[in-house]
Each structure stands twice: as structure tokens, then as C-alpha cells.
Ligand binder design. Structure first.
Ligand code: ZN
Length: 280
């Protein structure tokens, strides 16, 4: 299934994409695409619905983030060896883990704000893991049983705030609109091999990033297992799994985003995003 949310920011309604690519409203069935809805037994119920019985969504409404605001928006850094190299770092011995404020989450095609004082706003196309059931001290073998599905994420980053202002990366990762998620949450049964998904990102139509999840240093199952050794993952939590090479910081000289530029990105089977950079 492809689950999504549509409507004005903060008042999104849940929906499901049918086989013809039409949105079917789910608000008579579930409250939101949230932790309750993503529980395995509830996804099974949704999968059994007669889609033709659900109201068709008319027009072309705004698409919201694919999931309701999560309890945790976690990110993995330097998880592709070639990206680690372009940032001048050694591939890590253990996953590099950091957080993005949950308030950064936004729709896949919303404008992205360049923060006040920013000169180094950058892009990162990533595979996002969405948790479906509580995961605490789970084994790698059991880890995928706790995953509801996957979504495309742009881990928008301000490099100066991230690395030149002291302390932790969270400062450079958390501005409002720095977390476009969607267009859809694709349930895991639709993904044949999560470690073989092509990713790409363009700036103003020029290809900047090309990658495949097959070159992740730490795969999806290991990441869920690993993170669950430190904290409990709850339904609707999201984990951005790291970015392949081609970020602005890695260019020579580095190149960063300016007002009016357009970032487009995609992942095979997970849809596409388009963001215009705006001032705030
Ligand atoms: Zn990232």
C-alpha cells in the first residue's frame, strides 16, 4: 500500500493511493497515518479494504508529510562509504546517530526555508524507515518485523550550523521544513529488496546525487537493531538512513542552496519530491 496525507499543513487527512494512482480518502476509517494506523494488525485491515468504496479525493490538494508528526525523527550519518569520503571522514565503525527535531517534518513538495543567517543550506536524498511496532533490544533477524514501511526523505542540512557552531549536528538538521517526507509511506510488502533502491537528486535540473541503498555501510535491519539497543523505537518514529555522495558540501568548491532554486529527488518505488528554496 501507498499511504499518504493531503490537505493544508496541520490539518491533513489520511488517504491511500489506489491501483490507478487516485487518492482515496481514509478519514472515515482511520484518524491519521500515525502510530495506531501503522500497527501491523491495522495495516492488515487497511489492506483488506474495498478501495472502490472509499471516497475519491478530487483535484490536486497539497500533499503533506507521509506520516503524522513522529515521536522521534532520527538520522544516520556517513552511512555510505563514498559519501563519508567526500566529507573528509573515515567510514564509521558503528552507525553515527543524530536527531532532527520532529517539527522539521513537512510535505514532499512544500517550500524549504533557508534559515536566517544561513549560507550553507545543503541537500541529502535518503531512504526513510518508518517503524510499525515498538522495538526495544530487537535482534537483527527480528528487526524488519518492526518496520511498517519506507518513505523518501530529504535530510536538508545547514552545514555551518551543523559543524561550525559547536555541539551536536542537531542544530544544522532541525530548521522548520528541513524534513520533507513522502509523497507516500510505502508498506514494506511492496518493496522487493530494501537494499537495492536507486536514489537521485537534482538541483535546478542538474544531477547532483546518484546512489543505491546496496552501498550502505549499515543496512536497514542492522540500523533498527542497533538503535533499539539505545532507545525504544515506537510506531511512526522515522529513521533517515544516510545519504549517497553528491552533497553540496562535497563539491569542489562547495556549493550551497540559494533562494529560488529547485531541488527534485526520488527513490525507485517511493515517489518523488520537489522543493523551492525560500527565505524566512
Ligand atoms: Zn543525512
Amino acid at each position: 500500500m501507498k499511504l499518504l496525507r493531503y490537505g493544508p499543513h496541520g490539518a491533513e487527512r489520511p488517504a491511500l493511493l489506489d491501483q490507478d494512482g487516485n487518492m482515496r480518502d481514509l478519514s472515515g476509517v482511520v484518524a491519521d497515518i500515525d502510530g495506531d494506523t501503522l500497527a501491523p494488525e491495522n495495516l492488515t485491515k487497511l489492506a483488506a479494504l474495498d478501495l472502490a468504496s472509499l471516497p475519491l479525493v478530487e483535484g490536486t490538494p497539497r500533499i503533506g508529510s507521509a506520516i503524522a508528526r513522529p515521536g522521534k525523527f532520527l538520522c544516520v550519518g556517513l552511512n555510505y562509504a563514498d559519501h563519508a569520503r567526500e566529507t573528509g571522514k573515515q567510514p564509521p565503525a558503528e552507525p553515527v546517530l543524530f536527531a532532527k527535531a520532529a517539527t522539521a517534518i513537512c510535505g514532499p513538495n512544500d517550500d524549504v526555508e533557508i534559515p536566517r543567517g544561513s549560507e550553507k543550506t545543503d541537500w541529502e536524498v535518503e531512504l526513510g524507515i518508518v517503524i510499525g511496532s515498538r522495538a526495544k533490544y530487537v535482534s537483527e533477524e527480528d528487526a524488519l518485523n518492526h518496520v511498517a514501511g519506507y518513505a523518501l526523505v530529504n535530510d536538508v542540512s545547514e552545514r555551518s550550523f551543523q559543524s561550525e557552531r559547536g555541539g551536536q549536528w542537531i542544530k544544522g538538521k532541525s530548521h522548520d521544513t528541513f524534513g520533507p517526507v513522502g509523497p507516500w509511506l510505502v508498506t514494506k510488502d511492496e518493496i522487493a529488496d530494501v537494499q537495492n533502491i536507486d536514489l537521485w537528486l537534482d538541483v535546478d535540473g542538474e544531477r547532483r546525487q546518484t546512489g543505491n541503498t546496496s552501498t550502505m555501510i549499515f543496512g536497514v535491519a542492522h540500523l533498527v537493531h542497533y538503535i533499539s539497543q539505545f532507545m525504544t523505537l515506537e510506531p511512526c518514529d522515522i529513521i533517515a538512513t544516510g545519504t549517497p555522495p553528491g552533497v553540496g558540501l562535497g563539491m569542489k568548491p562547495p556549493v550551497f542552496l540559494k533562494e529560488g532554486q529547485v531541488v527534485t529527488l526520488g527513490a525507485a518505488g517511493l515517489g518523488e519530491q520537489r522543493q523551492v528554496m525560500v527565505k524566512t
